[in-house]
Design a protein around this ligand. Structure first.
Ligand code: SF4
Length: 167
C-alpha cells in the first residue's frame, strides 16, 4: 500500500500562517512525494474559516490533548477565547486525513494546531514547552503517526518500513 501523508500547507509554501507568511520546508523527499501524489496539503485553521493574517494564538492551561477534553483553552494575543474554532480545525484535519487515507502527517511544529513536539507556553513571550497542538493530538488519537518538520528523516524511514510491512 502506498503511504499517504497529510502535510501542513505552510510547509509547502502556502502563505496561510497567522502572520500571512509560509514556512517552506524545501526537501527533495517532499517534492518526490508530491509527484507521487502521496501528499494531502491542508491548513486546518484555514479550513475552519480563519482569516489570514490573524492574531497569534497559544494554548493556555494545557496542551492540545487537554483542550480536546475541555481542560485547556486557546487564546488569541488580545485575550479572546478561540478554542471552538481551533477544535473545529482539529476535526477538519482528521476528516481530511481519513477521507484521503493518510497514515502519516508532517506538521509545522510550535503551532497550537499543528505542533507535535512543542507549543508556546500561553504567555505570548516566545517561550516553547513540550506539548502537542489540537490537530496533532486528535490525529494521534485516531492512529495517524504525526511528525514535526525537523523529524522528516524519521518519517522517511518510517514510510519505507510501513511499505515493506504492507508488501
Ligand atoms: Fe500552518 Fe498548521 Fe498553522 Fe495552517 S494551522 S498555518 S498548516 S501551522
Amino acid at each position: 500500500m502506498k503511504a499517504k501523508i497529510l502535510v501542513s500547507a505552510c510547509l509547502m509554501g502556502f502563505k496561510v500562517r497567522y502572520n500571512g507568511r509560509d514556512k517552506p520546508w524545501v526537501a527533495a523527499a517532499l517534492e518526490r512525494w508530491r509527484q507521487e501524489q502521496r501528499l494531502v496539503i491542508h491548513c486546518p485553521e484555514l479550513a475552519a474559516g480563519m482569516d489570514t493574517p490573524r492574531l497569534p494564538a497559544e494554548l493556555a492551561g494545557g496542551d492540545g490533548s487537554a483542550a480536546l477534553t475541555g481542560a485547556a483553552c486557546i487564546l488569541e494575543s488580545d485575550g479572546s477565547d478561540v478554542t471552538q474554532p481551533y477544535l473545529l480545525a482539529a476535526w477538519l484535519a482528521l476528516k481530511a486525513a481519513q477521507e484521503n487515507g493518510c497514515q502519516f502527517a508532517l506538521l509545522t511544529d510550535g503551532s497550537p494546531t499543528c505542533g507535535s513536539q512543542k507549543i508556546y507556553d500561553g504567555h505570548f513571550r516566545g517561550v516553547t514547552i513540550p506539548g502537542v497542538g489540537v490537530a496533532a493530538a486528535l490525529l494521534r488519537q485516531h492512529g495517524i503517526e504525526v511528525f514535526a518538520e525537523h523529524q522528516l528523516p524519521g518519517l522517511i524511514s518510517r514510510i519505507e518500513e510501513f511499505e515493506q510491512e504492507e508488501r
